[in-house]
Design a protein around this ligand. Structure first.
Ligand code: X8Z
Ligand code: ZN
Length: 599
């Protein structure tokens, strides 16, 4: 039955493409006229099939079952049968040969058609069908995986909870090791996907899957790696100071000698990506006690309505899946947060497992940042093909900006997380900002994640070397080491969600982290005229207007141009460095006499 459906779509598309060509040639239509006809058809079909696919994927991600997996696979094939149709590709290429006679908006849409087609090229249907099947299987394995601690099931929220609170190193190690259990289960699927993703990318002429993904930035793999290395080079002095301060602090806390590199199970995050919970004077953990998860989501929405944006559509509240699966329910769902633009229209949903704590407070603001980005560019002037961020990092950057804004002390007072008379220790909050959301995160995202995935796809790294390569990057980029040797029986990279279901994407979060400080810097200085590190967005409609202008463009303009137009500068760590400037001096004093770094 699947075959019939996708075959039919393929045939219909080939026919449509031929008809457009014949029609337009016969009527001697201009190239622009021909592009208009073509793009009208593609946009309509794309939006309809995108919705079919998202609905099916949503069902599969919120209730893992063989039936939902099968439906998601079929829907994926249907979309590829349309967007990857050889007739569609030919016509887009033919039109782009006359790009000089087309509007810039048409050119952007045609380029996007080709990037989408490259994800599912029907020039080789067997190959693409195999990839879609393997992708669906991998998501299903990951989303239904159950972690065990001493023979008992433990949820990811419980893992995070224990790592955030336990001071017993033996227990911490057991929990950390439990969090790596999914790797071996996911490795065979990832081995398959390494080959299939690369083969798919090569179908339309990309060197490999990594190259295809960075093409959405208009960049090559070498350029992307260079950019990420540059971020790390610029932040290195600050990172080394932070790393040193933290390892002395943690050694004291656990009553251990000061190590060279930080043992991974000493840190509260499973991947050492965010160094949360270290600065007690900036901890908000107790402040969420007694609050409900619903309060968290409502408060995040109020951030946006307060700056002049519309409330979320009613269907957000009825269709989203926002809270953990209730005890006693057997349903398995994806536990990582995401936000979905299901129909590229008003159907916006978020998938989360919100609990009342600091991590979910920030994550919820991040996810609604995506939701409001969707809402801003859902307008007739932005064709469905370009209902995307200026680049993927802009989308993530909007989420990250809001999560930066919701952590500012005056904002926390406005929403009642902190009492009005709270006297904040400013350095503690700045230090926590650096550790929990920014600097170690760059060395994880630009360093470990990006370099490992570049190796996986661009260098086709041999699966026999995956774990060794992973830990050599964690050691070298992050200055972190595992509690004991991690042999190739493990596959620790695959325990990270994105490695499985959002491949070759993670550098987007590093760029987003850089961007959020650029947006924040502009807003604080030029729009709100408030101090950088203590800035309250609550109720500031001008901030809302700035963000809406930026987001409403969607993917209609080149991201470099959008960045320059909105902030007046190019992508740069300048704003981030200035934000943390007061910290460097403080850290140098604290670290006086200590050996800095781990080499
Ligand atoms: O995956 C996410 C978001 C969903 S877009 C929650 N983030 C990265 C991660 O958790 O690894 C946000 C920042 C980093
Ligand atoms: Zn995000």
């Amino acid at each position: 039955m699947n075959v019939t459906l996708t075959d039919r779509i393929r045939q219909a598309m080939a026919l449509a493409a031929t008809l457009i060509t014949m029609n337009t040639l016969a009527a001697d239509v201009s190239w622009q006229g021909r592009a208009d006809q073509y793009l009208a058809l593609v946009n309509e079909g794309y939006q309809a099939l995108y919705r079919v696919e998202s609905e099916a994927q949503w069902a599969a991600a919120t209730d893992v079952s063989p039936v939902n997996d099968a439906a998601a696979e079929t829907a994926g094939k249907a979309r590829a049968a349309f967007m990857g149709n050889p007739g569609m590709i030919r016509e887009a290429r033919a039109l782009l040969e006359h790009r000089g006679q087309l509007s810039p908006l048409s050119v952007r849409q045609l380029e996007r058609v080709l990037l989408i087609a490259a994800e599912g090229p029907m020039t080789n249907p067997e190959l693409d069908n195999a990839r879609i099947k393997a992708e669906t299987q991998q998501a299903s394995t990951m989303n239904s995986f159950t972690f065990q601690l001493r023979g008992q099931t433990i949820t990811p929220n419980e893992i995070d909870g224990l790592l955030n609170t336990s001071t017993n190193l033996a227990e911490r190690r057991a929990v950390w090791e439990a969090s790596k259990q999914s790797g071996p289960a996911l490795k065979p699927g990832l081995v398959k996907l390494q080959g299939l993703r690369n083969a798919v990318a090569r179908e339309l002429g990309f060197a490999d899957y990594f190259a295809l993904q960075v093409a959405s930035y208009g960049m090559t793999t070498a350029e992307m790696l260079k950019m990420q290395q540059e971020f790390m080079r610029e932040l290195r002095p600050l990172y080394l100071q932070l790393h040193t301060w933290v390892k002395y602090e943690l050694a004291k806390k656990y009553g251990q000698p000061v190590p060279q590199r930080i043992p991974a199970h000493w840190l509260n995050n499973r991947w050492s990506q965010n160094w949360v919970g270290i600065v007690s004077a900036a901890s908000l953990d107790d402040r969420f006690k007694g609050r409900s998860p619903e309060w968290i989501v409502k408060t995040a929405e109020q951030f946006f309505t307060g700056i002049g944006m519309d409330p979320l559509p009613d269907t957000f509240w009825t269709r989203s899946d926002l809270y953990p699966v209730k005890p006693g329910e057997t349903r398995k769902k994806n536990t990582h947060a995401s936000c979905w633009h299901v129909d590229l229209g008003r159907d916006i949903r978020s998938l989360m497992s919100v609990e009342a704590n600091t991590q979910w407070f920030e994550t919820t603001h991040h996810e609604l940042g995506h939701g409001y980005y969707f809402m801003a560019y859902t307008r007739p002037e932005v064709p469905p093909l370009l209902r995307i961020g200026a680049n993927p990092a802009f989308h993530e950057g909007m989420g990250e900006l809001i999560s930066l804004a919701c952590g500012q002390v005056p904002y926390l007072k406005t929403v009642g997380v902190l009492p009005a008379d709270y006297q904040a220790d400013e350095i503690a909050f700045l230090l926590n900002d650096a550790l929990a959301n920014t600097v170690p995160f760059i060395f994880w995202s630009s360093g470990t994640m990006t370099h490992w995935e570049a190796d996986l796809y661009a260098s086709q790294l041999d699966p026999a070397q995956w774990n060794a390569r992973w830990w050599s990057y964690v050691r070298d980029f992050q200055g972190v080491e595992p509690p004991s040797e991690r042999s190739e029986e493990f596959c620790d990279a695959a325990t990270k969600t994105h490695i499985n279901d959002n491949p070759a994407y993670y550098y987007s979060y590093a760029i987003a982290t850089v961007l959020k400080f650029q947006f924040h810097d502009y807003l604080a200085r030029k729009v709100l005229k408030q101090p950088l590190q203590s800035c309250n967005y609550a109720g500031q409609r001008e901030a809302g207007a700035f963000l809406r202008r930026l987001m409403a463009k969607g993917g209609t303009e080149d991201w470099r141009q959008v960045l320059r137009e909105t902030t007046g500068e190019d992508l740069s760590t300048r704003a981030m460095m200035e934000y943390f400037k007061p910290l460097m001096e403080w850290l140098r004093k604290q670290n006086a006499g200590r050996p800095i770094g781990w080499e």
